[in-house]
Design a protein around this ligand. Structure first.
Ligand SMILES: C[S@@+](CC[C@H](N)C(=O)[O-])C[C@H]1O[C@@H](n2cnc3c(N)ncnc32)[C@H](O)[C@@H]1O
Length: 198
């Protein structure tokens, strides 16, 4: 799934996602002291905008220029978001730099040496939070499915298994999706929230 794939996904519709913050992020971040956040695969920007509105300084990255254009337009004059065209497979984010690293429905591709995954984990500052939310996939994809095999990507419980004793796992569960967008078939989330110990 490269830039062309994602740009096409976005161009298919004038607006691809709901335009609202993901419920999993909203619930998990509520009550946290705002700091520096990294939104990986920010798409059309709703999560980054919500974080900025709640006092976070946000770096929001995506591989799709179409999505980033929409995100910038949606954010208007919001100055607390740094929108970046970036692919963490190619350039890992800066180490120990974020109080929150959020991956909402972001496909983290499996790799033999786990380099991309390790880059994302390393970006979390001491005391900071890693939050990964994915769709719970059960059974084979529909017959007309043309996307990638979901097995190509890490799921949150597997990421949890990569965390050593420098981490505290606070949430690692499946649960009904909060604020399920209309007509969305993915009713169940896998949620991992882990804290890097200071
Ligand atoms: C399923 S969408 C989720 C978008 C957003 N997080 C949301 O929940 O609305 C996945 C996003 O990740 C981006 N993406 C996929 N692979 C990427 C990569 N290797 N580097 C950066 N962004 C990527 C896509 O362009 C897309 O915007």
């Amino acid at each position: 799934m490269d830039q062309e794939f994602w740009d096409d996904q976005y161009r298919e519709r004038g607006q691809r996602w709901s335009g609202r913050v993901n419920g999993g992020l909203r619930v998990e971040v509520a009550g946290m002291q705002p700091g520096r956040a990294l939104d990986i695969g920010c798409g059309e920007g709703a999560d980054a905008i919500w974080l900025a509105n709640n006092g976070w300084q946000v770096t929001a990255i995506d591989i799709s220029t179409v999505a980033l254009e929409r995100a910038r337009a949606a954010a208007g004059t919001e100055s607390r978001i740094d929108w970046q065209y970036a692919d963490p497979r190619v350039s890992p984010p800066p180490r120990a730099s974020f109080d929150l690293v959020s991956a909402q429905y972001f496909p983290i591709q499996r790799e033999p040496e786990h380099a991309t995954l390790r880059g994302l984990l390393d970006a979390v500052a001491n005391g900071g939070i890693l939050l990964v939310v994915s769709h719970l996939i059960t059974g084979p994809p529909p017959a007309d499915w043309q996307g990638p095999d979901p097995g190509e990507f890490y799921q949150p419980p597997e990421i949890a298994a990569h965390l050593d004793d420098h981490w505290s796992i606070e949430v690692n569960e499946s649960r009904p999706r909060v604020d399920l967008p209309v007509d969305n078939p993915h009713h169940e989330d896998l949620v991992l929230r882990a804290r890097r110990l200071a």
